[in-house]
Design a protein around this ligand. Structure first.
Ligand code: FES
Ligand code: FES
Length: 230
């Protein structure tokens, strides 16, 4: 990068300095709720929600697959709706309520939906599973007993490369049925080992200056321009 000061003199600055200047200029503060916890964060104008979750908040359960809105691996729930977090700017989430896979288990107990995925062998490598579960959770919140057709329609944006979709659909379909996983209560994490990518690799402590506070959360508003899962 260079800065021309007059017709005869040109001063050059390193790419590193130019990059640092750009970064500092373009960062802005936001506040949002993630899994019922209030966060202040400083984010770049072009940072995605996925980047904020993984790199600033340490919530690495949400996965990056295609990075282009095609695979659903990065699905989270924003204000009740499933969204590809790789396609949402962090700045758009000012005041939003976000739920990630880390919000599924409570006090060391897997959620009913996580338990259903295990019981139906609905994952192999598990990379797609956090996104699958968040899309399924969003569906179940508005339709606790979805039909097979409704499940397939709701999950069409989530791709899996190594497990048959049948078992995934069966796991979701089992929710709310007599004898289904939801009746069995939560299931303890086995030896505290994260079975399906729901525990942040960096521990529970947010990193990078994004500090959760105990104070009252801000008003939760629908962020403008947030795209729904496609
Ligand atoms: S990483 Fe594939 S849709 Fe976001
Ligand atoms: S379980 Fe491997 S991609 Fe779905």
């Amino acid at each position: 990068m260079s800065c021309a000061t007059d017709n005869t003199t040109t001063y050059s600055i390193s790419n590193e300095i130019a990059s640092a200047m750009t970064r500092s200029v373009n960062k802005k503060p936001i506040q949002l709720m993630v899994n019922d916890q209030f966060y202040d964060a400083i984010v770049s104008e072009n940072a995605t929600l996925l980047t904020l979750l993984r790199e600033e908040l340490g919530l690495t359960g949400t996965k990056e697959g295609c990075g282009a809105g095609e695979c659903g691996a990065c699905t989270v729930i924003i204000n009740g709706k499933p969204v590809n977090s790789c396609m949402v700017l962090a700045l758009e989430c000012q005041g939003a309520e976000v739920r990630t896979i880390e919000g599924e288990h409570k006090e060391g107990q897997l959620s009913d939906l996580q338990q259903a995925f295990i019981e139906h062998n609905a994952f192999q490598c598990g990379f797609c599973t956090p996104g699958m579960i968040m899309s399924a959770r969003a569906l179940l919140q508005v339709n606790p007993t979805p039909s097979k057709e409704e499940i397939i329609e709701a999950m069409e944006g989530n791709l899996c490369r190594c497990t048959g979709y049948e078992s995934i659909v069966s796991a979701i379909e089992s929710m709310g049925k007599p004898g289904g996983a939801s009746e069995g209560g939560n299931m303890p994490l086995i030896g505290n080992v994260p079975l399906i990518g729901d525990v942040p690799e960096g521990g529970d402590v947010p990193e990078g200056g994004a500090v959760p506070e105990g104070s009252d959360p801000p008003g939760i508003n629908e962020p403008e321009g947030v795209s729904e899962d496609e």
